[in-house]
Write a protein that binds this ligand. Structure first.
Ligand SMILES: Cc1cc2nc3c(=O)[nH]c(=O)nc-3n(C[C@H](O)[C@H](O)[C@H](O)COP(=O)(O)OP(=O)(O)OC[C@H]3O[C@@H](n4cnc5c(N)ncnc54)[C@H](O)[C@@H]3O)c2cc1C
Length: 431
């Protein structure tokens, strides 16, 4: 890893949408030696996490090991490790598994869950940001149902079955729809002991609508479909606390529950070693139109971590979604090649292809630049769009079959409670 070569060493921290697309494109240029650093040994696809957490698909359907991805790419190496700090003075990246020198450093670590300073929520809510989170939530939901079956205390049974989802964006809407469908299709069959299912699903958002950044038509459709499913929608109301087995809302309402799913906010990952002037709103890194971090010539940030004001159509930077990350990753790879050839660099301009959200089976909404559509057709398009960018042919085929089986039967067979043993967790933590 530390051997000197004449090649320029590009270290990319984070192999998500931005980092992976950049690395793949750079492999075509033999002048670079690329190192991808990630805290996980796999790339994964966040838009489908909610289907893992509801036991609809397997985690392996949406994840792929980096080392497998980089086979036959001789100038790309993978380093398993988590960023500790950057030392710009010596062009070194320090990770918990060793230091790595760089010529160009690319920060592509995305975001982490933001609990807005609410300590109890941070400790007890269930986030939805990673595969670990999704599996944890799946186990939690299944274990709760087993507890609900065992108790004869009806209030306790109701508490165990109530689910509060904080955040009415696409993730909150998608998971609310999926859980409501499971309540309808699966609970009575899997848990015959519970004759009267008393649990409720609450979807809470501080804003005035669901699907905030989408069109009014999409917002209305999401509200209607979820209400038809019996989801309790609470708008203009923030979650304030989670104490004494109750979620407290800003309107004074208290909801007894064992499950608060946090799909409410994100904050960019921190980068110790960079000065505070380099950061702005949401802890994103201020970058110029070429994704170069303010104050540096060889440090770049791409994707959710970057805050760019140079794109005239997006003066308050780009939405933190997949497409800007993918497009920035690809352009920065091309720009590094241009830099090495002393050619003029190209400024980033986001090509906004629109937004989509799935609400339930056969029900989705799509806001394309000049077109809105919904229902079965939107649902089909959503499935298609979410299978294409999956990494790996095997994953695409497996996901297709998982979906077909689950949609036809309404009863996938993945509701397994699988947890590492406590001693295994300690070993995993040490690696
Ligand atoms: C549940 C969920 C659903 C979403 N649904 C959609 C959707 O439907 N459509 C859409 O367009 N967008 C969606 N998004 C947003 C989209 O996933 C992000 O905008 C996109 O992933 C950003 O890409 P990125 O490369 O900047 O970061 P990420 O894809 O988040 O990648 C960051 C990478 O950095 C790694 N990393 C993090 N910290 C460290 C560290 N300290 N050291 C080393 N590595 C680190 C992570 O392991 C990860 O591999 C969703 C996000 C979530 C969480």
């Amino acid at each position: 890893m530390n051997q000197k070569t004449s090649k320029k060493k590009v270290v990319i921290v984070g192999g998500g949408f931005a980092g992976l697309n950049m690395a793949k494109k750079l492999t075509r240029d033999a002048r670079f030696e690329v190192v991808v650093v990630d805290q996980n040994n796999y790339h994964f696809f966040p838009p489908l996490l909610y289907q893992v957490s509801t036991a609809f698909i397997e985690a392996s359907n949406i994840s792929h090991p980096f080392r497998r991805l980089f086979q036959n790419r001789p100038n790309v190496r993978f380093h398993l490790g988590s960023l500790l700090r950057v030392v710009p003075e010596t062009n070194t990246l320090e990770t918990d598994t060793g230091a790595i020198p760089y010529d160009y450093l690319i920060l592509a670590m995305g975001t982490e869950t933001n609990y807005f300073g609410m300590q109890n929520v941070k400790e007890h809510a269930l986030p939805m940001k990673s595969i670990d989170d999704a599996l944890n939530l799946r186990n939690h939901l299944l274990l709760n149902m087993e507890k609900a079956v065992r108790t004869n205390d009806m209030d306790e049974r109701e508490r165990l079955q109530n689910i509060v989802i904080a955040g009415g964006g696409p993730t909150g809407v998608e998971i609310a729809g999926m859980l409501a469908e499971m309540g309808r299709n699966i609970v009575a069959k899997d848990y015959p002991e519970i004759r009267n299912f008393r649990g409720k699903i609450y979807l809470v958002d501080a804003g005035a609508t669901l699907l905030g950044p989408m069109s009014k038509k999409s917002q209305g459709e999401a509200l209607q479909v979820l209400q038809d499913f019996g989801v309790q929608i609470v708008l203009n109301t923030a979650v304030k606390d989670f104490v004494d087995e109750k979620v407290l809302l800003a309107n004074g309402q208290e909801i007894p529950t064992a499950t608060l799913i946090w799909a409410s906010g994100v904050i960019a990952r921190d980068v110790p070693g960079l000065p505070k002037e380099a950061f702005t709103r949401g802890r994103r890194l201020l970058v110029d139109g070429f994704n170069k971090v303010q104050g540096y010539t060889n440090i770049f940030a791409i994707g959710d971590q970057a805050y760019m004001t140079a794109d005239p159509a997006f003066p308050n930077s780009h939405p933190q979604v997949a497409q800007p990350a993918i497009q920035q990753g690809k352009l920065l790879a091309a720009n590094l090649t241009r830099l090495e050839r002393n050619e003029t660099l190209k400024e980033f301009r986001y090509n906004d292809k629109g937004n989509m959200a799935i609400i339930a089976k056969y029900k989705a909404v799509a806001d394309l630049p000049k077109l809105f559509f919904k229902g079965f057709f939107a649902w089909m398009v959503w499935l298609f769009i979410h299978i294409i960018p999956l990494v790996g042919f095997r994953n695409k085929v497996q996901l297709f079959f998982s979906w077909m089986y689950a949609f036809i039967t309404n009863d996938p067979t993945l509701r397994l409670i699988i947890r590492p043993r406590e001693e295994d967790k300690r070993v995993i933590g040490k690696v």
